[in-house]
Design a protein around this ligand. Structure first.
Ligand SMILES: Cc1ncc(COP(=O)(O)O)c(C=O)c1O
Length: 382
C-alpha cells in the first residue's frame, strides 16, 4: 500500500466480496470468516433485512445532522437502550468511550477514573488514556490526567474504588487483552463497591455487546446494572456507529452544547442498526448461546488437549485460544489463511475467534477442524 500510513501490519490479501459468512479475495480465493471484521459483521455479508433497510434509506436521504429530530434515531435508541437509559450516538467505540468519560466527569464534578490493566478502550486521547496497555500509549504523552489503573479480577483492586472517583470503566471480557473473562463474583463486587461509594460504573460493551456472548449485552451474565454502557462494532454490522447509553438521571449533565458529533446518528448507519436490532431477538440470542455451547464442547474435546494450547476462554461466540509462547499466533493465523480460514489475534499470544453470529453449526465445526488440524501439526520444543 503506497498511500496509507502503516498503522496496521496488514495481511497479504485484499478481501473484495462476501456472502453470508464467506469472503473472497481479489485472486478469487474463498475464506470462511472467523473474524466478522473484528467483531462487526455479526449478521454476515448479505443479510437481507439490513441490505433492504440501507437501500431504502439511501434513496430517501443519507444525512441531516443532529440539529433536527429523527424518528428513526429515536426508534433505534429505544430498541438499543435498557429500561431507563438514553442514548448518545457517535461513530465508533473510542468515541462512545470519550462520551462516557466526559459525561462521568461532568455529572459527578470529579476528575478521577479507575480503569484496568490489560483493558482496551480505544485510540483517541481519552480512551487511550483509559487503556491499560503501555504499548498503546507509548509516544503519545502527556495523556489525559486523572486515570488510575488496577488489576482485573483482583479483589485488592476493590480498595482503590473510593468516593474520590467519578467512575470505574471495565470490559466484562477483556477482548483485545486476550479474551480474559471477568469473574462473576469479582465484577459483582466492583459494581457493589461503585454503588456504595457513589462512583459511576461504565461497562465497555464495544466488543462484547450486541449478541456476541449470547445476550444483548454481556453484563447481563453478571446480574449488574451499569450506569453507562458503551457499544459500537456489531451495532451497524459494518456501517460506522457507536453509542453511549446512560441512565436518564445523568441527562442534566449532557444538555445542549455539552457534547456532539456531526455524523452521530447518521441515517444510513441507523437504518443498518435498526436491521441488526430487529433481528437480535431472544430466539436469535438463544441460538447464539446454543452454538456457543457446541463450539465450547468441540474445543474442549479437540483443541484444549493439544500440547501447544495453554488456555481456552469461551463465552457465546467470543473465543480465545491462548498458545504456548514457543508457537507464534501470527504464524498460526497465516497457516489458517492458507487453509481458507480467517482468524484474529489478541493479547500476548491468543488466537481470537469472532465468527459471524449467523454462521451455521456445520461451518463453525469446519473452521474448528481446520484450527485443530493446524495446531496438531505444531510441536512445542522444550
Ligand atoms: C472493548 C473495546 N473498546 C473500544 C474499542 C475501540 O473501538 P473503535 O475501534 O471502534 O474505536 C475496541 C476496539 O477494538 C474494543 O474492543
Amino acid at each position: 500500500m503506497d498511500n496509507i500510513f502503516p498503522t496496521y501490519a496488514q495481511f497479504p490479501m485484499d478481501l473484495v466480496s462476501g456472502h453470508d459468512w464467506h469472503i473472497k479475495d481479489s485472486n478469487g480465493k474463498e475464506y470462511l470468516d472467523f473474524t466478522s471484521g473484528i467483531g462487526v459483521c455479526s449478521f454476515g455479508y448479505s443479510n437481507e433485512l439490513i441490505i433492504k433497510n440501507v437501500e431504502e434509506q439511501v434513496k430517501k436521504i443519507w444525512h441531516t445532522s443532529n440539529l433536527y429530530p429523527s424518528k428513526l434515531v429515536d426508534e433505534v435508541a429505544g430498541m438499543l437502550c435498557p429500561q431507563g437509559m438514553l442514548a448518545f450516538f457517535c461513530n465508533s467505540g473510542t468515541e462512545a468511550n470519550e462520551a462516557a468519560f466526559k459525561l462521568a466527569r461532568k455529572y459527578t464534578g470529579k476528575a478521577k477514573i479507575l480503569a484496568f490493566n490489560n483493558g482496551f478502550h480505544g485510540r483517541t486521547f481519552g480512551s487511550m488514556s483509559l487503556t491499560g496497555n503501555k504499548s498503546v500509549q507509548a509516544g503519545f504523552s502527556p495523556l489525559v490526567p486523572g486515570v488510575t489503573f488496577a488489576d482485573f479480577n483482583d479483589d485488592k483492586s476493590l480498595d482503590k474504588i473510593t468516593d474520590e472517583y467519578a467512575a470505574v470503566i471495565l470490559e466484562t471480557i477483556q477482548g483485545e487483552g486476550g479474551v480474559i473473562i471477568g469473574d462473576k463474583s469479582w465484577i459483582q463486587k466492583v459494581a457493589k463497591t461503585c454503588h456504595d461509594k457513589g462512583v459511576l460504573l461504565i461497562v465497555d460493551e464495544v466488543q462484547t455487546g450486541i449478541g456476541r456472548t449470547g445476550t444483548k449485552f454481556s453484563f447481563e451474565h453478571y446480574d449488574i446494572h451499569p450506569d453507562i454502557i458503551t457499544c459500537a462494532k456489531a451495532l451497524g454490522n459494518g456501517l460506522p456507529v457507536g453509542a453511549m447509553l446512560g441512565k436518564k438521571s445523568l441527562a442534566s449533565a449532557f444538555g445542549p452544547g455539552t457534547h456532539g458529533t456531526t455524523f452521530g446518528g447518521n441515517k444510513l448507519s441507523m437504518a443498518s442498526a435498526k436491521g441488526v436490532l430487529t433481528q437480535l431477538t431472544p430466539d436469535f440470542l438463544n441460538k447464539v448461546t446454543e452454538k456457543g455451547k457446541q463450539v465450547a464442547d468441540i474445543i474442549d474435546q479437540t483443541i484444549s488437549p493439544l500440547p501447544v494450547v495453554k488456555k481456552v476462554s469461551c463465552m457465546g461466540l467470543m473465543i480465545g485460544i491462548t498458545l504456548e509462547d514457543e508457537l507464534k499466533v501470527g504464524d498460526v493465523i497465516a497457516k489458517l489463511q492458507d487453509e481458507g480460514l480467517l482468524t484474529l489475534s489478541a493479547g500476548h499470544n491468543t488466537l481470537r475467534l469472532l465468527p459471524p453470529l449467523v454462521m451455521d453449526i456445520n461451518d463453525l465445526k469446519a473452521g474448528l477442524a481446520k484450527i485443530s488440524e493446524v495446531l496438531k501439526n505444531e510441536v512445542v520444543t522444550e
